[in-house]
Design a binder for this molecule. Structure first.
Ligand code: C2G
Length: 129
């Protein structure tokens, strides 16, 4: 049982997120998603449209996702990889290199980001409709 873990806000879930989750799950058998809390979002200077509970519920409905846990700090990743026995840590390529420090614990994989889509873009486009 290969266990994969990934992190993010996943606001206004879109096909770029789904592409990431689908490919992350394909690397193993069980996918854990650490969803950024509303407080941690503020630390990332992000204001999400949906609350943590709403984003968690949406993520839990995605067929590729097996478990959703809260992400409340930058520092929790090492502890999470150990606690959840993660074999592979996955992020989109906009994070390339940023989490290589985990490579003594697990495989670190950066997947190509899906072009031309982001939660911000969707929100902006909806605002202009
Ligand atoms: N992503 C992607 N393609 C996009 C948009 C996002 O592959 N067009 C990926 C990102 O690279 C990330 C994941 O989807 O791996 C979630 O993206 P965000 O919700 O924007 O998360 P982010 O703010 O990058 O938070 O500790 C890590 C942070 O919590 C990551």
């Amino acid at each position: 049982m290969k266990r994969v873990i990934t992190y993010g806000t996943f606001d206004v879930l879109h096909y770029g997120h789904i592409n990431l989750l689908k490919r992350a799950k394909a690397l193993g058998d069980y996918l854990i998603v650490a969803c950024s809390s509303d407080e941690f979002n503020k630390m990332k200077h992000k204001e999400s449209f949906y609350t943590f509970e709403q984003r968690k519920m949406i993520l839990e409905s995605v067929r590729y996702v097996d478990l959703v846990i809260p992400e409340s700090s930058w520092e929790q990743k090492r502890e999470d990889v150990i606690k959840y026995n993660a074999d592979i840590f996955v992020m989109g390529s906009d994070w390339t290199g940023k989490f290589d420090f985990l490579s003594d614990l697990c495989e670190v994989v950066y997947l190509p980001r899906t072009p031309d889509i982001s939660s911000t873009k969707v929100k902006n486009m909806l605002n202009t409709k």
